[in-house]
Design a protein around this ligand. Sequence first.
Ligand SMILES: Nc1nc2c(c(=O)[nH]1)N[C@@H](CN(C=O)c1ccc(C(=O)N[C@@H](CCC(=O)O)C(=O)O)cc1)CN2
Ligand SMILES: NCC(=O)N[C@@H]1O[C@H](COP(=O)([O-])[O-])[C@@H](O)[C@H]1O
Length: 216
Amino acid sequence: MKNLVVLVSGSGSNLQAILDACEQGKINGRVSAVISNRPGVRGLIRAVQAGADAITIDHKLYASRAEFDAELSRRIDQYQPDFLVLAGFMRILTDEFVNRYVGKMVNIHPSLLPKYTGLQTHQRAIDAGDTFAGATVHYVTPELDGGPLIMQIQVAIAANDDALALSKRVLAAEHALYPQVIQWLCEGRLTLAEGIAHLDQKPLHLPVQMNNTSTC
Ligand SMILES: Nc1nc2c(c(=O)[nH]1)N[C@@H](CN(C=O)c1ccc(C(=O)N[C@@H](CCC(=O)O)C(=O)O)cc1)CN2
Ligand SMILES: NCC(=O)N[C@@H]1O[C@H](COP(=O)([O-])[O-])[C@@H](O)[C@H]1O
């Protein structure tokens, strides 16, 4: 059984999808700790309810990004995780931090990368007149949202969509996508070597393109 540490910044609905999948035996893993850069978020409550350690490292209390990342790394290393899972974690990580976990750290991003790195992804897709939005799970590298792609899920954009309505459908699709990818990681289907080997290439071949799923 693989040991997972999950980083959150807010609600933690993706964390919950992963916790549920672990509980149901759909992921051969266990979330040993959840770490948030923001205090009092629902993701921490979800961690406690699931029996995982719930840790707050408030980034506002650190003089620099590097000092925050150093403390984050110190706490993570206490758990010696097999994989580090970013689930709505909203801090840009330093190169030094990322390079400590390269090939074993993944993130879910709410766009069809490489389109729309960064923030406000749904509004940008709507403004661009795109017909599809979606989410991407990728390896985390120092380049923000630029790491090798693992898998994507597409969500159709409706003519009357606003960013909030679209975000809710994409989020539901994320809850189907992320546990699947985490299971692949835990099964060893996405080996560390593969992650490292592809760090200088992108996009990584996408093994599966899931259709739009409305349930999660
Ligand atoms: N070095 C990397 N760090 C992070 C990556 C990455 O690929 N490489 N992925 C992000 C996740 N992410 C989008 O998926 C993302 C998170 C945060 C931001 C951002 O602009 N953060 C601001 C603060 C925003 C806020 O607090 O609301 C900041 O850090 O100054 C952009 C994209 C995680 N980190
Ligand atoms: N750039 C990172 C980013 O925007 N991540 C997005 O934050 C949301 C977190 O929701 P959750 O806390 O309910 O899982 C998710 O939609 C995730 O894709």
